[in-house]
Design a protein around this ligand. Sequence first.
Ligand SMILES: [Zn+2]
Length: 478
Amino acid sequence: MIMSFKGNYFPGLVILLLQALLFTELNVASDTGNRPDTEAAELLSAYVQIPSVSGQEKEAGVFLESFCRENGLYTRIFTDQEDSFNFAASLYPLDQQKPNIVFLTHIDVVPAGDEQGWTYPPFSGKIADGMVWGRGAIDNKALGVMQLMAILRYKDLAHETDLPYNVSLLAVSGEETGGNKGARIIASEYLEELNPVVVYGEGGAGVNGLLPSRPDLTVFGIEVVQKRRMFLEVISDATTSGHGSIPREVYSTREVTAACNALIEAIPNISVSPTVSETFIHLSDYESGLVRRMMKNVDFFAPLFGRFIRRDPISSSMLTNTMVLTSISSAEGAYNQIPTHTRAVFDCRLLPDTDEEEFLEEVKRIVSPWEVSVNVLASSPPAPVSEQGMYFRALKESLYSVFGEVEVVPFLFVAINDNRFFRRRGIPSYGLLPAIMPEELMESIHYFDERFPVGGLNKGIEVYVNLIYNILNQTNEF
Ligand SMILES: [Zn+2]
């Protein structure tokens, strides 16, 4: 509802005029708010029907880019390859160099897996039971469609008025495979041209059941920071007599398995990142007594419950540096032949404030009793936490406007996504799918029967429409 906007009042004719125009726009938005937005659902369905597994993004990318262009947005294709199709679709041409509100989405999807596991074929884009079904329906095509439809609502206004901001949909390739074919290229080569002042990408979502005393309350977590990824290899080339009949003290398979075992068994420290602490403090208001006190002082209490935290996958991913053994291999010869080379790989996820060198030293210390070496295969540089300034507040207010009584908190994302490339370049970036996601839909991401509710599309569009409005309204520049 328009009345619920909490913008400041700015005197002056220009602003009144602008607000009048915006209100007209927003009336359009609320008119379509209560019925299924078939246009968005049909677009999502058509988009899902073009398979775009990482490495084959171009066809889906071209489809989306053409849709944007035909609907009056200015498009700029940054790279045009089968496995690296990246474009922006904007209210104004990028060469106007307006400060740009960037909506980030990735075109690629993960493979569908065994088709037998799906109710409808994975690339059918079937609209049934109030849902759009298919691989990518949530991750990340619904997000892109919502962002795009919201931008289109401002198209006429942007033509009639010289808005102080540009708004762009930035659609990229290769997010699911690390971002090198997409967001990394944009952040390193095209950032000046894109001129983002803020990036809104994927990350959190609205979930219920988080709070013991208010399980019905929806909590939206806006990602403001993420853990860092580090891949380590543990190798041994211990040379030894190769016959399996005589057990030696040192041989490569034994060294690597023993070292890996020590790493898996090592007890990680509990460490409460400032963002995690903040999430708990926000939510503590809903609790009382001891639970409230513990949530308010999670820095103090969490280490006391280390044993429970380490056993719980979600808590341990939020509060510790994790190490998962993802591969172990040696050259397989005859069954009686001892291999001379064995290698294991660990997927390590570091809390944002972890010193990489110190972490590595600790790993080396743990494996020091064995004849192995540890090498870093890949690691991601740190990125600053995005502040909860004007752009964060604009999103928060928008969620309150659209969803009513919900809670919105900043949170630490334990996986990675493309937002990190922009944070590293100093651009505040916020990760959120603006939808309430019940558990069964969450579980369908990267799994069978991925699907997104048609009604959720509508709500999400409203969130982005209001978000743009809030930013325009919070700005004193005009
Ligand atoms: Zn995604």
